[in-house]
Structures are given as structure tokens and as C-alpha cells.
Write a protein that binds this ligand. Sequence first.
Ligand code: PHE
Length: 548
Amino acid sequence: MSDNTPSREHWSGALGFILAAAGSAIGLGNIWKFPYITGENGGGAFVLVYLLCIAVIGAPVMICEFTLGRRTQRNPVGAFKALAPKTSVLAHIVGAGVLLAGLFLLLFQSWGWGAVLVGLGLIIFRYGWTTVGAMGVLAGFTILSFYSVVAGWTLGYVWKAAVGQLDFATVDAAKDYFVEFTFNPYWAVGCHFVFVVLCVLIVYRGIKSGIERWSKILMPVLLLILLALIIRSLTLPGAMEGVRFYLTPDFSKINTGTVLTALGHAFFSLSLGMGAMITYGSYISREENLFTSTLSVVALDTLIALMAGLAIFPAVFAQGFQPDAGPGLVFQVLPTVFHQIPLGAFWAFLFFLLLLIAALTSGISLLEVVTAYFVDERGWKRHHAAVVFGGAIFLLGALCAVSVGGISDWTRLETLHEVLLKVFGSTKASFFDTMDNLSTNWFLPLGGLFISVFVGWVWGTKHALDEIRHGSRNFGDVHLVSLLAGLRDDPSHSSGVHALTLASLWGIFIRFISPVAVLIAFLHTIGWLNLTPQAAPAPEPPPIEEAQ
Ligand code: PHE
């Protein structure tokens, strides 16, 4: 295994790395999704559950990803290839299981899924653990394809706000405008195109002068804009009612479904489960402290998510609107809110710019996963890989963009859609929803599950700890109780006897708690395990179109 390959570019230091990783984590998930799911799921009570998920599952899995990346200095596929044993019984069992399930489906004439599962089973059989890395690269495509469509809408709204067109007296008018905008293929595809071009331009420049440089510029700008918006929002008369709605804990809304929503969102928001953090980890040098870096990234991500709610809800309440618009809140209610505030167009411009910046630093991390794979494993030049796969993602995303709205004008696509429906026999979800569902409900949880099983049981927490120790000695040696008591340096507390250290706690989380929790969440989301029989159905957020 290559160790710090001399030709591999690295972050210039801890700050650059932390800002880039936080840039990946902080995205539409924080500013668009977190506030509305918090509002819907019990406010402060939901925040507590979310923090617990982050601490017990999110942060431990993030350390695993950084460690895999730094150890191997490779993209997700290369990382698994380097560390996985030649033959793995577990991989064979999973492969055989998937193969059988596929044959079973074929027997019942479910041709599309049957064929997919048979193929997948054979791949797992042949490539073993490397399949997990490959799934991450694939997820890079599927996530970015729908993510960049929403980012494109944001970009369009920045422009519309700048030219003063985002000015609506009623929510209905704003809704009509949003539908018209997203249904117009020229706007939807055009903005999506510009967004992908921005991602390609940054990834094209490489790690230091591309991703790191832009993260260092954009993340502080994001924070400043957010602060300005919060101050504006909180100083509106009646703002406190919004704060109360957002943060007052309502424990009656906490049920299994809420916990699973929090867990799923923790994965998405921290960019876990698809190798983005493995890839970013592969550009870290051996001196960096993986533990404190993880804490910083997780803290920044959570802070920005909480702050986004403080920018949104007080303004919504102060202007007398309902906070329950769900996914449509940002595009449909907020423009109307801004309309009633002095200098509204300016604030609307700032808000959508904020959303755009957040989406951009996440978009580049998704494209980087794909790019790094083709550079490391296939020997492509970075420039070529960024442009070619940016192009491919643009095409896939264009299908998502038109599937939301104007598909009926595109007869060929309509036919393609029908064929897909026939083969896969799914419900008539749009291509956009299919990509979203596939990534968020399948690829990320499965990826997270296999990453923790791999580090916990296959590669082994001991090897992982050896890697984490570089740059972070304390992690393996500090007695947790001493740390909490503030006695870390007291000689009597570092006797070296077996004790509860941070590392042992992490190992337990990774081997037992995360795999079980993620597996339960996954089975629940795909409907194989119903944990909330009589209560409301699992509150997976409704697809975007429903809000129209
Ligand atoms: N974390 C990003 C967000 O919150 C989305 C993302 C997921 C980015 C997975 C990269 C990988 O919007």
C-alpha cells in the first residue's frame, strides 16, 4: 500500500481540510431540510435526538471514513481494494444472498429488479468489499444529479432576486412562480448546467488551489451571510414566536419514526456513507489530528443547521405565515416573507446566495469522489475526469430536472420513463424522486453500514486505531473518565491499565451500535420492518413536487 504517495496532493493544513470537509457537510441538507424537519418533528426535542445520533453514530463513522482515506491515500474503491482481505466469507455470504434474492425475483417475473440483483450479487461475489467503494462512486453520480437540480433552482432564484423578479404579495403567487420556473426546461436545465460548470471548474483546479481555496473563501462568506440574516430575522417584531416554535421541545412528537428521520438526516448532512469523507481523508497528512478534525466538522455542520432555522422561522412567524410548508418553505414561502420586509429583494438575494454557496461546496465534494476514482484507479488526468464526469452528471441531472416538470413536452423521455416503469414495475415516481430515493434511502445507509462493519470487524479497530494515533495520541491513551474530570495529565490517570478510553468507546460504537442502528433504520425505510404500527407512517420527507 502506498503511504503518502509523493505525487498525491494534500491539504495545506488542518484549517484547509476542516473547512473543505465542513463545506461538504454543510449543504442544502442544513439550510433547506434541517429547519423544516425540525419544525415538523418536535422542535427542540428533535434537535436533542439529532445530536444524539450525531454523537453516537455520525462522528464515529466519520472518523472511520477519514481513517480509511488517510491510511490508503486513495479514493473509496482504492481504499477498500487496499485493505480488504483477498477472500472474505462475509462478502461471499452477502453476495450469495443478493444473488438468491435476484433469482427469486426473476422467478416472480420482476425482471428489472431481478436482473439488477443477480448482477449485483455476482459483482459482490467477484469484487467483495471493493463493491462498497464502487457504490460510493455510483452514489456520487446519483446524488449530484438531483442535488445540482435543486442547486440550479437556487442559482436561478439568486438571479431572479438580483433583477427584482422575486417579489410576491401572496404565497399562492410565489407558488405559481416556482412551478412555472421549475417546469420551464430552459431555466431548470440551464441553471443546472451553470451549477455543474461551477463544480467542474473548482474540481478541475485540484485540491489546494481548487477545493481548499474556494472552501476557504466561501465558508466564511456563508457564515457572515447567515449571521446577517439571523440578525435581520430576530429583530423583526414578533420574531420570538418563531424561535419558540422552532426550539421548544415537544417530546410528544418523538417516536421511532422521528428517531429514524434524525438518523437518516445525520448521515446525509454529514456526507457519510458514500466515501466523500474517505476521499477528503485521503488528502490529509499524517500529522493532522483526525479526532479533533472530526469534532470540528461535526460541530460546524450542526451549528450551521441550527442557525439556518434561526434565520428562517422568526421571519416566517413575524410576517404571519405558517411554518409547515415542508420542502416548499424555502422556495415558496420565503420569497413572500421577504416581500414584506424593507429591502426585501436584497435579503432574498442574500438568502439564495447562502443556499447556493452551501450547495456548491457540497457539490464539489460529490464530483471529487467520482474524479478521484478515475484519477487513482483508471489513470485519467484530473482535468479530463472532472470535465467528462461533470458532463455525464449534467446529462443525468437534466433528466431529473425535466422529470420534475415539463416531461410531457418531451415525448422521447416520456417513452423512456414508461419503459423504466414497465421494467422496474415501480410506482410512478419521477426520475428526480427515484434518484433521491435511491441515494438517500439505499446507497447512504448501506454504505454507512458496510463502512462500520468493515472497520469494526474486517480491517479491525486495532489497525484503524494505529492510523488514528498518528497526530492524535490522546485518542487511544486517554482515560475517558480522566478526560471528563479534567485530569488528563495527572500521572495517576495514565497508568496504562485497560480502561475506558475514547478509542474503546469509539470501537464499541463502530462494532455494535452503528451497524445495528443503521440496519434497523434501513429496514424500516424500505418497509421491511414496521416499527410504528399504529402511529403515523415514517415521516420521510415528501418529495419536492408535492409542495407545488
Ligand atoms: N452533506 C450535504 C448536505 O447536507 C449533502 C451530501 C451528501 C454531500 C453526501 C456529499 C455527500 O447537503
